[in-house]
Design a protein around this ligand. Structure first.
Ligand code: HSE
Length: 285
């Protein structure tokens, strides 16, 4: 039997649409696997009622099929489904790492990123490795078709999850299909600034680089209270704010020891907009 904990993740980080991702110290999914004749899946925890247990419809089940490693898979969800915090990716990532060890497959962590992304693709229709990469590798990751790059980083953040459901399909539909050259220049500059900030563990640079007009701007309208929450977080000391993944979670980058004030301000702003929410003061881990 093998048990693996895979963390929640936040993709995009504003300027890094479908490329950047980071691992959060919490929340997390815990997956336990045991060898079996055929794959069966049991789900407990947050949002368990929304998660299919038929292996071909479950990201962990698809990973078991991809690896040729039948198992009884027990998933304890700590990451709410449809949260923008990489819920299905966490289950796929944990299953890939656990099954690789259980069956001694010998795949590297980077190879497991591609396997876990296939698990996500089979269930959600599109393979975005920007969540599975940080869940498996930790830290800050950059994923392209040709390369997976990982940087250890230590940055305080708050992930604030409102009780709103935003489908990834809707969130992708509102993203503009083209940008003008000025926007492109800004985005490249922000991506470079953010990356430098991750290398230096510098929350000012990371927060500054988080700025992005096109993706965050277009998705903000799907999250009730987003503008007020963003303003409240910045007023409370956050260095930058973005939609986490496809939303509805909102990610704020903080200074050391700044998470409590930022988390309270974000919760108050959601409450003023009549939206229930919970906050995870955490860090890139
Ligand atoms: N990069 C993806 C998006 C993450 O923002 O749509 C969700 O799969």
């Amino acid at each position: 039997m093998v048990t693996v904990r895979a963390p929640a993740t936040s993709a995009n980080l504003g300027c890094g649409f479908d490329v950047f991702g980071l691992a959060l110290e919490r929340p997390a999914d815990i997956v336990r696997v045991e060898r079996a004749e055929e794959t069966t899946i049991e789900v407990t925890g947050v949002g368990e009622q929304y998660i299919p247990t038929e292996p071909p419809k479950n990201t962990a089940g698809v990973v078991a099929e991809e690896l040729g490693t039948p198992a009884h898979i027990r998933i304890n969800k700590g990451v709410r489904p449809s949260s923008g915090l990489g819920s299905s990716a966490a289950s796929a990532a944990a299953a890939a790492v656990a099954l690789n060890e259980l069956y001694d497959c010998g795949l590297t962590r980077r190879e497991l990123v591609r396997v876990a992304a296939e698990g996500e693709a089979a269930v959600s229709g599109e393979a975005h490795a920007d969540n599975v990469a940080p869940s498996i590798l930790g830290g800050f990751t950059m994923v392209t078709d040709d390369a997976i790059t990982q940087v250890e980083a230590s940055i305080p953040v708050v992930a604030c999850l409102p009780e709103i459901v935003v489908s990834t399909r809707d969130a992708r539909r509102v993203v503009p299909q083209s940008v003008d050259i000025d926007e492109l220049v800004d985005t490249v500059g922000n991506a470079a600034t953010l990356t430098a900030g991750m290398f230096r563990d510098n929350p000012e640079l990371v927060g500054t680089g988080l700025e992005d007009g096109s993706v965050t701007g277009s998705r903000a309208s799907l999250i009730d209270g987003f503008d007020a929450v963003r303003t409240a977080a910045l007023d409370a000391g956050a260095t930058g704010v973005a939609v986490s993944g496809a939303g509805p979670s909102v990610l704020a980058v903080c200074h050391d020891d700044g998470q409590s004030a930022v988390a309270s301000a974000m919760l108050d702003a959601f409450s003023d907009a009549d939206v229930e929410a919970r906050a995870y003061p955490t860090a890139v881990g």
